[in-house]
Design a protein around this ligand. Structure first.
Ligand SMILES: O=C(NC1CCCCC1)N[C@H]1[C@H](O)[C@@H](N2CCCCC2)[C@@H]2OC[C@H]1O2
Length: 331
């Protein structure tokens, strides 16, 4: 059975993250979760989360679900690249997204969440869509929703059609031809250690010359911005009046009034162009004349990350066949 579900920006001002409605248990409990191709744990705020750490989030209460089963002796603990994290225990239960149901999905219930989760009332947990090798459940790692659902889908794929300051969609099991233009270019995926890792064929700043290069990076729906090698982002921000790489603000900032070029990245023989407006990410604080860039350096990270700023410029196919591939199309 295929499915389709909304990807809703959690903030009307800028795209920090996108959440998608899911139902868990019997009778169904609806939560809004952050679908994250950069991790592989499905965890939720729950009746096990201390009240002091819950601030407006919906919670999953396994004790109210007739189909919930404790996965005895299993725990989990995850730390994300931004320093946020959570930990807890594990149930299995019915899990449905956009009409696709997995009847015994591992649902990781949070017993602790870090402050950045507590402070985001719109995110009620995460659905990891990375490879199941990254799952942190101990002693037995659990399968992602996609890995569990794959065999029931017409095709072992899911697609991301994220949008700038608008609601997009995640589709499961099929490729909706109305959501993109031209051809989809498929690239090989390196599945070790478990991210959707691919190699971009280069970049161009605005209308400038295309620079062939091999940029190895991960496609990460759970990361707001895009992080690329220093020489790439330096050449981009060098074209923006007043742009500086600020230790104070933790990245490239620029005068909100400055004109930004677009950014094009290669996908095989094709390319995707990120409009300048997507790279004018957000004012430092409400009303500030200082703006924070959507393109930042990955030099401190050790990995290049194609986050939402890049993904929302494309229609992206996460093909879970053997071997997996990733498809990119203009839209
Ligand atoms: O840590 C990363 N990415 C890193 C960013 C820095 C550079 C390395 C990658 N992604 C996380 C994201 O920040 C979290 N956040 C929660 C609060 C609202 C915004 C989303 C959310 O939880 C896990 C995942 O998504």
């Amino acid at each position: 059975e295929n499915g389709s579900a909304a990807a809703i920006p959690i903030d009307p001002r800028f795209d920090i993250a996108y959440v998608t409605p899911v139902t868990i248990g019997t009778p169904p409990q609806t939560l809004y979760l952050d679908f994250d191709t950069g991790s592989s744990d499905l965890w939720v705020f729950s009746s096990h989360t201390p009240e002091s750490q819950v601030r407006g989030q919906r919670i999953y209460s396994p004790e109210k679900s007739s189909t919930a089963k404790l996965l005895a002796g299993h725990t989990w603990s995850i730390l994300y690249g931004d320093g946020s994290g959570s930990l807890g225990n594990v149930y299995t239960d019915n899990f449905t997204v956009g009409g696709v149901t997995v009847t015994s999905q591992a649902v990781q219930t949070a017993q602790q969440v870090s402050y950045s989760f507590t402070s985001q009332s719109e995110i009620h947990g995460l659905v990891g869509l990375g490879f199941s090798t990254l799952n942190t459940v101990f002693p037995n790692g659990q399968l992602t929703f996609f890995d569990n659902a794959k065999s029931t889908l017409d095709s072992p794929v899911f697609t991301a059609d994220l949008k700038w300051k608008k609601e997009g969609t995640y589709d499961f099991g099929f490729i909706d031809e109305t959501k993109y233009t031209g051809e989809i270019t498929y690239l090989p995926v390196q599945t070790d250690p478990g991210y959707w890792t691919f190699t971009s064929s280069g970049y161009a700043v605005g209308d400038g010359a295309f620079h062939p290069a091999s940029i190895v990076g991960i496609a990460d729906t759970g990361t707001s911005l895009t992080y690329l090698p220093a020489e790439v982002v330096t050449s981009y921000w060098g074209q923006v009046d007043g742009a500086v790489d600020s230790d104070y603000y933790g990245g490239y900032v620029f005068p909100c009034s400055s004109k930004l070029p677009s950014f094009t990245f290669g996908v095989g023989p094709a390319n995707i162009t990120i409009p300048a407006s997507y790279i004018n990410y957000a004012q430092i604080t409400e009303g500030s004349p200082v703006c924070f860039g959507g393109l930042q350096s990955s030099s401190w990270l050790g990995v290049n990350i194609w986050g939402d700023v890049a993904l929302k410029a494309a229609f992206v196919v996460f093909n879970g066949a053997n071997p997996p591939t990733i498809g990119w199309a203009k839209k």
